[in-house]
Structures are given as C-alpha cells and as structure tokens.
Design a protein around this ligand. Structure first.
Ligand code: GLC
Length: 753
C-alpha cells in the first residue's frame, strides 16, 4: 500500500492570482474567486492543464495574504483562510474569527495509491445538506455516499449511487454556514461522520486532485447564489414546460398520442406536453421515426400544435450497430465513438441491441450530434429528453479500459451525461433559431443547469417514493438544479387511486409536473381512476395553471440568483432544528410564499411544522402561529399547503394550455402579515430569447401593512404584459372584498386598502 501524506511546507510562491504552497508530495494552489469563494487545489500533477466541466468563472487577479514562520493567512472581506505550514493544513474562518471548517489536524489530506482523501473536523452540532440526487435524510450527517452515475431502476430510500453526481455540500453549525464543492468528476466519496466515532468527516476521489471551492456566505441562499455564480444558472425555461406534461413508455403510435391529447381537451383537463418514449423510433435508432406507427411526424406535430400541445421525444446515447444507419456509418467513418485502448470501438448493449457510444467530450462530436436533431426539429419537436446517459448499458459495468479520447471511462463517467445534454442543448438551440429548447437529462454533474433540466429516473409507485422523491427534488435545488421533476405516479408498478391522486396534488407544486409510467403499467392519464379522482386530479392541474404567473416569476428568480423553486426549509430556516427532524424533512417552500407538507396516500391527517412567523392554510384561509407543530386535516382533496403571512401570489384564470391567452386579468393575492414584503414579478413571451434584448416585463410588487398599501413599481423592460387588468384579492384582512377592474398600468401603481 502506497500511503502518502501532504507533508510540510517547503516553499511558498506567490503569483498575482494564486498562492502556491509546495510540499515534498504535492502542491496546494490557493486562489480567490470572490470575497466569499476561495479555491484550494491540492495536486500532485501541477503541470497538468487546469480544466473544469463545472466552473465558468476565473479567479481574481489578486490575493492578499500574510506569512509568518508557522502560518499563512489569506484574507478577503468576508473570509480568512489560515494555513498552518507544517504539516500543511487549511482552516476557514469568518473575518471576526469564527471557525467555519478545517482539516482534521491529524489526517488532513493524504493519498492511498491514487485515491486522494481529505479528513475534516466535525462540530458537535453540525448538520450537513446537499450532494444533489441522494436518497436518505435531509440531514446527511451519519451517512456515507458515493458519486458514480448509475442507472438505478429499482432504487429505494437506501440506494446509492443514483444517476447524477453533485459533489457539493453545505455545513451548518454554531449558527454558521459554509459550502464545499469538490470539483473532481471521478468516482468520489463523502462520508459525514458515518463511521468515525464522530471524530471527523471525509471526502475524496479515486484519482485526480483534491480540488475544492470553499463558500463562506453566511446564509444557505447566499451559498447557493455563489455556487450558481461559479457553475452557472439555468436560463428561463419555455413557459410550456411549466404546464402539465403527459408521458408514458410508450404511446405506441401517432394515433395514440393524438387520442390522448384529445382526451385532455375533451375533458377540459389542462395540459401542454405529450411525450414520445423509445417506440417512436425505427428499431430504437436515434434520430429515426418508425415508418409505420409514426409515419408522418410533421402531421402528428401539426395536429398536436392545433390543439396547443408540444411534443418531446426521447434520445439515448447508444448508436445501433447497423449498416446503412446514418449515425452509425458517419460515427464509424469519422471515429466519433468510445474505443478500447487498441482503437477498436467499444460495444455495449442497450435498447437497440449492440451499440457504440459517441464521445461527447469532443467538440466535433457534439456538433455532429447536435446537428442530427434536424430529424426531430424539422417536423417540429420542441423538447429533447436525454436518457440512459450515465451511460447505461445492460448489466451496468462498462469496462474501465473504455476510452473517450485520451481519458479512461472512470475519469469521465460522471460528466458523460452532462456533455450529452450540452451537445443536445447547443445543437437544438441552433436549430430552433430563437425558440428556447427544452432539454431533460437523467445523468448530470455540477453545472448541468446551464443546459438542461433533470428528473430523478425510475422511481416506484409507492408512498415511500412520493416522499423520497420530494427530498430528491429539494436536494437537487440546493445544487443549482431548479428545473427538476420526478415521475408523478411512480414509474414502476401501479399506484393505487389514492396514491395517484396524492402524487398529482403534489405535482402542482413540483417544478416539472410530468406523469410517466413504465411499459405494461396501467394507463395513467388523469381520467383512468374514476370520475371522483379525475375531478381531484383535474383540480390539481387547474391549480397549477392558475399559479403560472407566480411560478414563472419564481423561475426568473432561479435564473438570477440560483434560488431553487422547491426549497427545503433548511434554506430559509437553517438554524431551526425542527426542519431537520425526519417528521418534517419533506416539507418545502414552493417559491417565496407557499409551503407544502407532502402526505402519503394512506394518511388523512398530517403532522406539520410551521416555522417562525404566521401562516395560513391556502384552502381554508385558517391562520396558524408559526414555530409550532400541528396535526392538520389532509383528506385526498386537500393537500396541506400553507401561505406565509405577507405572501404575494400573482395568479390567473384557468386556461387549457399555456398557448391560450386567458382572460387578461392578473389576480394578485395578498396574504396579510405584520411586516412589509415584496415580490419580483416577471413576464416575457415565454418562448424566445427576446428577453435578452430587453423584451421583458418586470416590476416589484410590495405590500406595506403599516401604510395599508400595495405598490407595483414602474415596469422595466419593453414587453407588454398579457394582462390588462388587475384584481387584488385580500386574505386575512379586516377588509374582505376584492378590488376588481383595476386597469393594469405600467407606471407606478398604489393600491390602498
Ligand atoms: C429508462 C428511463 C425511463 C424510460 C425508459 C424507456 O428506464 O428512465 O424514463 O421510460 O428508459 O425509454
């Protein structure tokens, strides 16, 4: 066993953007990205080029530090990094000297063969959040995780790893917060004091550098903002993706797709999106259409369009080995596929049978892949669902000697899916001209939010999955993935009618509201569970459409600050121990003002925790004091949803699709509270990039109980709102009548009550 420790400082070299500390074993490179972000890269290969799939920012060109015999101190306006020279150890403090996080003094950083590990002190009261798509508790303390993108079809609440890797966590202790992002895409490990007698936590990777970014903002929201500044933020999603989406593996013919779409319109159940899973293709060959069952894709899509539906189709990375198949022939001829070290193309089996796999790490391959989407965009497909990109092959184990260019599979596995999503996004963005593409991917790494939305893969129709799925959604939100969904209803198995109803009620408050089911499962459309249940599901979907103005503005917030739409309570109530209790860990805020308490289908009451402040039950208007636990009614018709006092919620009338103009009335719901609040309202055409040229409509809506006033600031941007009138709906006030027929002006507006 080759065991090496980082060792003592030999030499300190200072460059404008970097401090280099050399030991006999390695070199630590320290750089500053912002006052609250410091990078430490401990490397044994300092000559290698610095590259990252995740990070899109550069370090500052100055670094302030002091050096003594024993110590180096790096300062920013928000952080101090104290570096002990011998042995070389790192400790992060606030500027007023409070310890945020530090190396374990005994073990620090070391290597066992190529594996690098970093041991860190844990505080007695420390809670851990993050790592994105990981099942288990909200508080990661006492658990251990591996990042290794994996097709995990039968996962449960203990399975690890799943499809996506986000080696980024947040620590909370002593009233303080910090974050740490290990930017190493190799198989990595995070152990939050699981089996170390609570002496330390550790993190590491099979190979590569101990390359981490330390975040010192003193709120979780601030850490998310910094992390998404560093790795990028999502762009405005197409509005139609926020509508209801209907998927299945598979609707087997164009005829069936149309019948289902018509089914929504006949029953007046709002919906925006139909999906084609793998069976639309000819023999599962990517970029083909089945000549019999999907003979005229353009006609199908035109007819869907006439009904205000968009179509999303699936693509997998595996290219079928078949002579005459264009992508196979081209890829083969141009050497675009993953190989063995002897140059032979790697073969793995997926849906089409024996396949080759594009090397998405090459720009020319990404361009080729992106351009091939004409087969889908020409007939009019709007969204591109990237599946099986962990990459998945039957029986999982792609041999370690498979190569993508000069990299072996283990070095890049965790970023393969992200690069496929990137190629898909770049390609379809070009092909769609000014339209926003929708990309949905199953595998991901940090930074994927720049290209794609994610969903949590093959879940199961069970109450356990309803709850664990919600935690996955909330956890992914902490790592920049605001546009996220689960298979509503559960992919495998058949939900009971009660579970189907419950899950759809939660779907209203899921960033992506998409029903999906495995091949052979019962049909899952909202009308398959009897008329009473159909009514409840329809109401859930209608509520989704009424909330769209609020939801769209919440996504705008995600594009500006990285703040997710589904927010674990640990974001706003970080130091409140109750939010980490397993009873309450599934609760979340949906946007600024709504709090949802998920409830399993077999319970008709719910134990909920309402954090500090005052709350109202959305359905009844009943008021509750915060900072308390309650048992509340939770019949299948009424998922517990609460509004925060002072909540500002813009809504609209029910429409059948986001393509409909609606009645032109913006319904502004104000929920009374003791303090002033505000909400950034945002609108644009919902479909193009014209907002980048200033064609948006943005204004701050504020509520001031002291002056009994609601104010709408002057409109910024050149877009004309689709609403002409304002209706102000007051909740919890002494005055109860609503204010109707108010003309919506783009000048400053004051409404006094
Ligand atoms: C995978 C996907 C699932 C899809 C199926 C067939 O299992 O996770 O969503 O329906 O493949 O394409």
């Amino acid at each position: 066993m080759d065991y090496k420790v980082l060792g003592n400082t030999q030499q300190v070299i200072s460059h404008s953007h970097q401090l280099i500390i050399q030991t006999p074993e390695a070199e630590a490179q320290v750089s500053i990205y912002s006052p609250t972000i410091i990078r430490v890269n401990i490397t044994r290969k300092p000559e290698q080029q610095d590259a990252s799939f995740a990070v899109i920012q550069d370090p500052l060109q100055e670094i302030a530090y002091q050096e003594t015999e024993q110590e180096i101190t790096v300062h920013t306006s928000a952080l101090q990094l104290r570096i002990s020279k011998s042995p070389l150890r790192f400790a992060f403090y606030t500027t007023d000297g409070k310890l945020l996080s530090q190396d374990d003094e005994r073990f620090g950083t070391s290597w066992q063969n190529s594996r690098v590990t970093n041991y860190r002190k844990v505080h007695a009261d420390e809670n851990f959040l993050g790592l994105g798509e990981k099942v288990g508790n909200l508080n990661r303390r006492g658990s251990s995780y591996i990042n290794w993108n994996t097709d995990a079809p039968d996962h449960n609440s203990l399975t690890d790893p799943l499809y996506e890797s986000f080696p980024f966590y947040i620590g909370v202790h002593s009233g303080l917060t910090y974050g740490l992002f290990l930017d190493n895409p190799q198989k990595s490990y995070f152990d939050f004091a699981a089996s170390s007698d609570n002496q330390f936590m550790w993190l590491g990777a099979d190979d590569g550098d101990l390359n981490y970014y330390f975040f010192g903002a003193q709120t979780v929201a601030g850490i998310i903002e910094d992390y998404t500044w560093l790795t990028g933020r999502m762009e405005m999603p197409p509005l139609w993706t926020l509508g209801y989406q209907q998927c299945r593996w598979s609707y087997m013919s164009a005829q069936e797709v149309l019948e289902i779409a018509e089914g929504f319109r006949q029953r007046q159940i709002p919906a925006d999106v139909m999906y084609c899973d793998i069976d639309y293709m000819e023999g599962f060959k990517i970029f083909t259409w089945n000549k019999e069952t999907f003979a005229k894709p353009k006609e199908l899509i035109d007819r869907l369009k006439a009904m205000n539906f968009k179509l999303v189709t699936i693509v997998d990375p595996g290219i079928k080995i078949e002579e005459g198949y264009q992508q196979y022939e081209e890829g083969l001829e141009r050497d675009y596929f993953a190989t063995y070290p002897n140059g032979e193309n790697y073969i793995g089996e997926v849906w089409p049978g024996r396949c080759h796999f594009p090397d998405f790490f090459r720009e020319d391959v990404r361009e080729w892949w992106g351009a091939a989407f004409t087969a889908l965009t020409e007939p009019g497909v709007s969204g591109f669902w990237n599946d099986m990109n962990e990459p998945a092959v039957w029986n999982q184990n792609i041999p370690p000697n498979v190569m993508f260019g000069d990299k072996f599979m283990p070095e890049v596995r965790n970023v393969y899916g992200m690069q496929m999503a990137r190629a898909t996004y770049d390609g379809t963005r070009k092909l769609l001209g000014n339209q926003r593409p929708f990309v949905l991917t199953r595998a991901a790494y940090c930074g994927t939010q720049r290209y794609s939305a994610v969903w949590t893969g093959d879940n199961t129709a069970s109450d356990e999955h309803l709850l664990l799925g919600q935690r996955l959604v909330n956890s992914l939100g902490l790592t920049g993935m605001a546009m996220v969904g689960v298979d509503i209803g559960g992919f495998s198995g058949n939900p009971t009618p009660e579970l189907m109803v419950r899950w759809n009620s939660l779907g209203t408050y899921t960033p992506i509201f998409r029903n999906h089911a495995i091949q052979g499962a019962d049909m899952r459309e909202p009308w398959r569970y009897g008329s009473e249940n159909e009514t409840i599901i329809k109401q859930a979907i209608e509520q989704r459409y009424r909330l769209l103005p609020y939801l769209y503005a919440s996504f705008y917030q995600a594009t500006q600050t990285g703040m997710p739409v589904s927010r674990t309570l640990a974001i706003d109530y970080t130091h409140d121990e109750y939010v980490y209790w397993t009873e309450y860990q599934n609760q979340f805020l949906f946007g600024d003002a709504l709090m949802i308490a998920p409830v399993v289908s077999t319970h008709h009451t719910a134990q909920v925790y309402l954090p500090a402040g005052e709350w109202y039950r959305l359905s009844s208007g009943e008021k509750f004091a915060g900072g308390q636990q309650y048992v509340v009614d939770a019949p299948l018709t009424d998922l517990p949803v609460f509004v925060k006092a002072g909540g500002i919620i813009p809504m609209q009338n029910v429409i059948q699709s986001t393509s409909e103009p609606g009645d032109g009335i913006l319904q502004l719901h104000i929920w009374n509270g003791p303090e002033s609040t505000s909400f950034v309202y945002y609108e644009d055409d919902g479909n193009t990039y014209n907002y980048e040229r200033g064609e948006y409509y943005k204004r701050t809506i504020s509520f001031n109980p002291h002056n009994r006033e609601i104010k709408l600031s002057v409109v910024e941007g050149s877009f004309t709102s689709k609403y002409q009138q304002l209706q102000v709906m007051l909740h919890g006030f002494d005055r109860t009548e609503h204010l109707t027929n108010v003309a919506l002006s783009s000048e400053e507006m004051y409404i006094n009550y």
